[in-house]
Design a protein around this ligand. Structure first.
Ligand code: PEP
Ligand code: CO
Length: 444
């Protein structure tokens, strides 16, 4: 079947909203299609090249951000704090792995959510589930839960301003390595869990001073600026199609809504619309892989999404669960290795470890997250494959959504600052703690 940006429409698309008004949706799609692209195809190619290095064991992927971005309280500080944590984590990971960290945010477009049930019932009233701010709103009322196409335009606009700010921060001095290291030193000095990493942080200081002394650092843009890419789950295909453009340099099609887009665990059916759409765009793409995935499915995904076997094109983001990763992951690693398909393997230790606490909050325990990461590293060590990266839900804000970590968030604390739109995120301290622990795993 020849591909074009709309061929997905002939196939079943899972987890789509029931848009009440088709004409209204079509009008919005046309409007979006007339808007400028959010990213440039050359940037997406650049990310593919960076991910090819990850494929080759010469770089490490750090993909992180919100489960779902919000239209409410959209402000510069939250974006800055999220970027800051990711930059801090990247420095720690780069130092310990000895290879560059490729930084990709779940940001500037992460507005749509697949849900376990299409509807939610409260006190006998059944309404559509909240599907992310690109589609509807969180409060439980008929008006809020109604899918509204104009939200696609708001998602585009918020993505554009978020991206603009990220570009400014990463180029304008905020991401300077010395500054990021100073923040890490603050974390080490100010928190009990940080104390454990004093040695590592001191070593990074010494490395920076050494570079300075040899005259290596002052003039290099790598020291003062950061490469930062955007990504989101490509769930609402009308939105993705409207932002898909043909690159004038190569004639290839790119989904210009983000540098990288991924397919969720619930929409990776080989004969489904999401695979059909993604196979034709040239961006680097991700695909979530959960514990039910078979080797045949995974090999089928390699063939469907990367028939040319381009390194960096395909990232498998595995989310097996802390108790099953050591059983489920190895056969997949072996099968893909035997097939010769180049893939990046990244670990999402969040989505296989979600449960509801006694207080009624959807949460995750920091220890389970770390157990899955450790299992991921162990499986790769055994298979002789490169544990290429981590995929984390986090925020720079001081929330109490995940249990445990250095400050030992307890079930009774969850209600204090539980602010997520969807899944529970690591807070800034928990995220840094994780980075330092991953650093220890990378170092061995
Ligand atoms: C997510 O990344 O927020 C998500 C829904 O993940 P998954 O598709 O792995 O369940
Ligand atoms: Co999530």
């Amino acid at each position: 079947m020849t591909w074009n940006p709309g061929t997905w429409r002939q196939l079943p698309a899972a987890h789509q909203p029931e848009w009440p008004d088709a004409a209204e949706l079509e009008q919005v799609e046309q409007e979006l299609a007339s808007y400028p692209p959010l990213v440039f195809a050359g940037e997406a190619r650049n990310l593919t090249d960076r991910l090819a290095e990850v494929c080759d064991g010469k770089a490490f992927l750090l993909q992180a951000g919100d489960c779902a971005e919000s239209f409410d309280g959209f402000d510069a500080n939250a974006i800055r704090e999220k970027l800051r944590v990711i930059l801090q984590m990247a420095v720690v990971l780069t130092y310990s792995s000895g290879v560059p960290a490729v930084k990709v945010g779940r940001i500037a477009g992460q507005f749509a959510k697949p849900r376990s049930s299409p509807t939610e019932t409260v006190d006998g009233t059944e309404l559509p589930s909240f599907l992310g701010h690109m589609v509807n709103d969180l409060p439980f009322s008929e008006g809020d839960r109604r899918p509204r196409p104009e939200r696609l335009l708001q998602a585009y606009n918020q993505s554009a301003s978020t991206l603009n700010l990220l570009r400014a921060f990463t180029r304008g001095g905020f991401a300077d390595l010395h500054r990021v290291q100073a923040w890490n030193q603050e974390f080490v000095a100010a928190s009990p869990e940080g104390k454990r990493y004093e040695h590592l942080a001191t070593e990074i200081d010494r490395a920076l001073r050494f570079m300075e002394a040899t005259g290596l650092s002052s003039n290099h843009s790598e020291i003062h600026e950061a490469d930062f890419f955007t990504s989101h789950e490509a769930l609402i295909l009308q939105y993705e199609e409207a932002l898909t453009r043909q690159d004038s340099l190569t004639d290839d099609w790119y989904d210009c809504s983000a540098h990288m887009v991924w397919i969720g665990e619930r929409t990776r059916q080989l004969d489904g619309a999401h695979i059909e759409f993604m196979r034709g765009v040239k961006n680097p793409i991700g695909c979530k892989i959960g514990p039910t995935a078979t080797t045949d499915e995974v090999l089928g995904l390699c063939e469907a999404l990367n028939p040319d076997r381009t390194p960096g094109r395909l990232t498998f983001i595995t989310r097996m669960g802390a108790t099953t990763v050591e059983e489920k992951l190895p056969p997949l690693l072996e099968a893909v290795k035997d097939s010769g398909h180049p893939v990046v393997w990244a670990c999402d230790p969040m989505h296989g470890n979600t449960f509801t606490s006694e207080s009624g909050h959807k949460t995750r325990h920091f220890d389970d997250v770390m157990t899955e990461v450790a299992g991921f590293f162990a499986a790769h060590r055994t298979a002789g494959t490169w544990p290429g990266g981590i995929h984390i839900e986090l925020t720079g804000d001081d929330v109490t959504e995940c249990l445990g970590g250095g400050e030992a968030v307890q079930t009774a604390d969850l209600g204090k600052r539980y602010e997520t739109m969807c899944d529970p995120r690591l807070n800034g301290r928990q995220a840094l703690d994780l980075a330092f622990q991953v650093a220890e795993l990378l170092d061995h």
